[in-house]
Design a protein around this ligand. Structure first.
Ligand SMILES: [Zn+2]
Length: 318
């Protein structure tokens, strides 16, 4: 197996080849596109990853919501876990997830359900996007993890009007803080067929303290590689940062069923030393909102990119 560094070199080589043929300059063109946050955004992608043994040279399409929308959803963190569950469901509905596609899954061992919004695709392949909505009693639980949960409706919105092969299942997990109860239940009740059809699980936990990071030692190398590659193309950062000392998170329940998973976060040594998580310091003022919105844009593009890697069916028509 090639080492990760070698993989990255060939990815960047692909980028260089693609950029040479682009007289306007890919980064310049993308920065122009991103000025129009409400417009449909296309990121040109030339991807060559050993692990996927396929080359993709095309645009990925997604429609990011504005920073105002992302921040207004973040601002709705108030209340206990029950209220937050209701708010998340409401925000999915406001984002366009209708009654047919939104559900509350009763979870054994939790008083609250998982909140699920399904965005159907044209194939039987699935990508799960998850974040826990519960919080501990100390602080407001904005960073951990309304920052992740409140992003789910905005990611749904970024994807909903674009053709896609995969079905995206957006899940707000209950009771992560008491032992990943909601994700454990969800992963455990998946049938063998559902596990086989699920090509990626993208977990978000604790965003907005710094630029985007991912938990390298607990992430599928191909998913991590694709995220780093995309961040580079978008002139952003996605840094490998292991956070074993923090504990666990929902993605491990999917890894346990051999579903490729990745956890995106924003913890740094600095924020860890500042003891923001699970303390009274976990409140809105701890969030670095500019970097939080950057993470949102990167994740929206990432979900669109992941759609390219599987499924032979034609994209869904609208
Ligand atoms: Zn958390």
């Amino acid at each position: 197996m090639p080492c990760r560094v070698c993989d990255l070199k060939s990815s960047f080589l692909a980028l260089a080849v693609f950029s040479t043929g682009d007289s306007n300059g890919i980064l310049e063109r993308m920065s122009n596109l991103f000025l129009r946050a409400k417009c449909r955004t296309a990121v040109a992608v030339a991807l060559l990853l050993h692990s996927w043994t396929c080359a993709v040279a095309e645009s990925i399409h997604y429609t990011p919501v504005s920073r105002e929308v992302v921040e207004s959803r973040l601002g709705r963190y108030a209340g206990n876990n029950k209220q937050r569950e209701a708010t998340l469901k409401q925000m999915f509905a406001e984002a366009g997830c209708d009654d047919q596609h939104i559900s509350e899954q009763p979870v054994k061992g939790s008083k609250l359900p998982n909140v699920i919004c399904v965005l159907p695709g044209s194939s039987d392949k699935v990508i799960i996007v998850g974040a826990h909505f519960d919080h501990v009693s100390e602080g407001d639980g904005v960073v951990d993890n309304w920052s992740g949960a409140s992003l789910l409706p905005s990611l749904y919105e970024a994807m909903k009007n674009e053709p896609r092969k995969h079905s995206y299942i957006f899940i707000g997990f209950t009771d992560e803080e008491v032992g990943e109860v909601g994700s454990h239940f969800y992963a455990g009740q998946m049938t063998k067929e559902q596990v086989a059809a699920t090509e990626a699980m993208v977990n978000m936990d604790t965003l907005g303290l710094a630029p985007t990071e991912f938990w390298a030692s607990h992430s599928d190398p191909r998913l991590a590689q694709a995220l780093m590659y995309l961040a580079k193309q978008m002139n952003m950062s996605a840094t490998a940062m292991n956070v074993e000392q923090v504990g666990s998170t929902d993605s491990v329940q999917f890894s346990a069923r051999k579903i490729p998973s990745i956890t995106v976060h924003s913890l740094t040594q600095e924020s860890w030393n500042a003891r923001i998580l699970h303390t009274s310091k976990d409140k809105l003022s701890a969030m670095r909102l500019g970097e939080y919105y950057e993470t949102y844009r990167l994740m929206a593009a990432y979900l669109a990119l992941l759609d390219q890697f599987a499924g032979a069916a034609e994209p869904a028509k609208h």
